[in-house]
Design a protein around this ligand. Structure first.
Ligand code: ACO
Length: 330
């Protein structure tokens, strides 16, 4: 019995924030952003649209494509760093309510950009142990709510969106989630941090004044660790599964920066045409980035039933991970 990715879905908010819009907000340029990150536009949720609304839209698509009844979902895991509410209730509970699902385990996990891969690891264990039958895994972010639009080091990068997948059961090895690796190192927790509003620096006039409730990033230091970690991660997961890069049909890395993706891709000798890149049109959507990229590949006829996907991610925490997953949507 294998855990299996039965479907994918995504939702992208309609409002677009272009590099030219950002030129009017901070000291930056379309040329700089494109050259240093590969990003051209990002999508931004409406004021009254919360992370759970984006997640709900993506989840509906994934459930429909899995060809299951919504009542068959017996667990919801939602990865986010931009939950609707601070602490409680979890965004997963809000999505359960919107979907009309009652009485199932529903919880959020916080692993920044690695959230989807972390969630896959949990869902895989739940399915393989027989604890659950259909786990709805969601990565959803309204990062615009925690982005400082006076800080050019971060505001040009982040966007909003959601992706979702149904993880079910299969007795066919060709439909399996083959392996998931997830790891962390808290030593570098200060490189990507939202310092204010938690128990360390509870919300106060001072935290507001100092913009401490927004994401802060030591971009260049993070960049260097990201390229090294993302490369090592892929080498390790391929090694421990006795695979080579040519066995992989689609390399689907976290969409943080085109230069990071290109570095890792070239180092591992993955052909461009087998690498999924969406950063130009969505920016970095943290936990939503990988499921949105899988969905993008699927909707553009660039992903087929049985394809072996190699997911690779890195983010705040620091957290990182990789996964070998067969695309089992029929
Ligand atoms: N527009 C114009 N100039 C800028 C901008 C901007 N938006 N941002 C920075 N600069 C300037 C800097 O001030 C600096 O100027 P100086 O040389 O006069 O001092 C110069 O550009 C170079 O700055 P760097 O920070 O070295 O720029 P870098 O090439 O590293 O690009 C970036 C910055 C895009 C943030 C990059 O470092 C990056 O992508 N980092 C990794 C992000 C990542 O992987 N994050 C993890 C996932 S996110 C998550 O977990 C939530």
């Amino acid at each position: 019995m294998y855990a299996s990715l039965k479907s994918i879905g995504a939702y992208v908010p309609k409002n677009v924030l272009s590099n030219f819009d950002l030129e009017k907000m901070v000291d930056t340029s379309d040329e700089w952003i494109k050259k240093r990150t590969g990003i051209e536009i990002r999508h931004i949720a409406d004021k009254d649209e919360a992370t759970s609304d984006l997640a709900y839209e993506a989840a509906k698509v994934a459930i429909k494509r899995a060809k299951i009844d919504v009542k068959d979902v017996d667990c919801i895991i939602l990865a986010t760093i931009s939950p609707d509410y601070f602490c409680m209730p979890s965004t997963a509970c809000l999505v359960a309510e919107k979907l009309g699902i009652k009485g199932v385990m529903a919880f959020d996990i916080s692993a920044a950009c690695s959230g989807f891969v972390y969630s896959l690891s949990i869902a895989k264990s739940f399915i393989e142990s027989g604890l659950k039958n259909n786990v709805l895994v969601i990565g959803a972010e309204k990062l615009s709510a925690i982005t400082d639009y006076t800080d050019r080091g971060t505001c040009v990068i982040f966007g909003d969106g959601a992706g979702a997948a149904v993880i079910g059961r299969s007795d066919d090895k060709k439909e399996a989630i083959v392996d998931v690796m997830a790891a962390s190192d808290g030593k570098y927790s200060n490189l990507l941090i939202t310092p204010g509003g938690g128990s360390k620096y509870p919300a106060s006039e001072e935290t507001l004044k100092k913009h401490m409730h927004y994401m802060k990033m030591a971009g260049n230091e993070t960049f260097k660790i990201a390229v090294k970690t993302l490369t090592e991660d892929v080498i390790e997961i391929l090694r421990r599964n006795g695979l080579k890069s040519e066995d992989v049909d689609r390399f689907i890395p976290h969409q943080a920066n085109y230069r990071i993706i290109e570095y890792v891709r070239a180092k591992l000798d993955f052909p461009k045409e087998r690498t999924v890149v969406t950063v130009a049109k969505y920016g970095n959507t943290s936990a939503a980035s990988i499921p949105m990229a899988i969905n993008d590949a699927y909707e553009n006829n660039n992903l087929n039933y049985g394809d072996l996907m190699l997911l690779d991610t890195f983010g705040g925490g620091l957290t990182w991970g990789s996964a070998l997953v067969r695309f089992a949507q029929k």
